[in-house]
Design a protein around this ligand. Structure first.
Ligand code: IPM
Ligand code: MN
Length: 359
């Protein structure tokens, strides 16, 4: 029996709820395929601040490094909003991404036919389908550039710097090209090269790399146009590669056009350390503790986790279980329910998916 250690960051808000549903699914996968997943729960985010005074305790980083993969729910909440930046729950998330060197954030957005009614786009746009992947740079740009706050001539002034070097651009664009190569062979590099110097370097670098990928069609798109194209004609996108900040914004948009942010999974990968797998949504404090969250994004993140462990059959089983519940039953969490559906909570949705794995 193959053994895997998974570091589990339950986090804050709905984090523990969506994680708990996902661990049941992983346990069912273990039983069915003969693996032992052992879960090592560690603290990060607001709960870590409450327990230890810091958002990312050292113990958490070392436990994550020792694991085969890290599963994360979500962090943050109003309780910790007034803390200085480096002590906020989000600093824990940025800290773990940096500590594990997770520079590549992969965020697939797929419109399932069974969720067509949840898609906010006009039917003639939605019926062309949505199947894209956002490859977001995750350890550079404005998130990690120099920032500051000081008293200036007109009162307080603050700044955050967008900075990229060629190495950072090359390694993320390489993932973009390779992801596109394995799919429909179209890569859209999104930038703001009409204004930003860092974007002009990005654009120059990605074009220099294109010669090595003659089978992939590379196109540039300005980020403002991309925001529009994602609602006007999302079917045109195959793989998007972009900076940390633009990727953050566009992946929320991409998720919503597929029905709900509660559906989008992600993996964050680097070179040497285990990957981190998390839903792209936040901790949703407004619905926390009410059994209303949609666990599907976290469950699909677990499928990506299984893929990273080269457990392809197992990953497929999870994806198929999600698809089966959505296409063969009328059960939906509130965020994706429409006429004729029965609204269920996070626990029930998790159980329905887990039962499908056993079949
Ligand atoms: C995400 C989140 C994080 C980010 C926040 C919570 C720091 O929005 O994973 O997209 O901005 O990267
Ligand atoms: Mn985000």
């Amino acid at each position: 029996m193959e053994k895997y250690t998974i570091a589990v960051i339950d986090g804050d808000g709905i984090g523990p709820e969506v994680v708990s549903a996902t661990l049941k699914v992983l346990t069912a996968v273990g039983k069915k395929f003969g693996h032992k997943f052992s879960f090592k729960h560690v603290l990060m985010g607001g709960c870590a601040i409450d327990a230890t005074g810091v958002p990312l305790p050292k113990k958490t980083v070392s436990a994550c490094k020792r694991s085969n993969a890290v599963l994360l729910g979500a962090v943050g909440g109003p309780k910790w909003d007034k803390l200085p930046g480096h002590l906020r729950p989000e600093a824990g998330l940025l800290g773990i991404r940096a500590a594990l060197g997770l520079y590549a954030n992969i965020r697939p957005a797929v419109l399932y036919p069974s969720l067509a009614a949840a898609c906010p786009l006009r039917p003639d746009i939605a019926e062309k389908g949505i199947d894209l992947i956002v490859v977001r740079e995750l350890t550079g740009g404005m998130y990690f550039g120099k920032r500051g706050l000081k008293e200036g001539k007109f009162g307080a002034e603050a700044w955050d710097t967008e900075k990229y070097n060629v190495m950072e651009i090359q390694r993320i664009c390489k993932i973009g090209f390779e992801t596109a190569r394995a799919r429909r062979k179209k890569l859209t590099s999104i930038d703001k090269a009409n204004v930003l110097e860092s974007s002009r370097l990005w654009r120059k670098t990605v074009h220099e790399m294109a010669a090595d990928y003659p089978d992939v069609v590379l196109e540039d798109m300005l980020v403002d146009n991309a925001a529009m194209q994602l609602v006007k004609n999302p079917a045109q996108f195959d793989v998007i590669v972009t900076s940390n900040m633009f990727g953050d914004i566009l992946s929320d948009e991409a998720s919503m056009v597929t029905g709900s942010i509660g559906l989008l999974a992600s993996s964050s990968l680097g070179e040497k350390n285990p990957g981190l797998f998390e839903p792209i949504h936040g901790s949703a404090p407004d619905i926390a503790g009410q059994d209303k969250a949609n666990p599907i994004a976290t469950i699909l993140s677990a499928a990506m986790l299984l893929l990273s462990l080269k457990l392809d059959k197992e990953a497929n089983a999870v994806e198929n279980a999600v698809k089966a519940v959505l296409s063969e039953t009328a059960y939906r969490t509130g965020d994706i329910a429409s006429t004729g559906h029965t609204v269920v909570g996070c626990v029930k949705m998790g159980n329905l998916i887990q039962e499908r794995i056993k079949i």
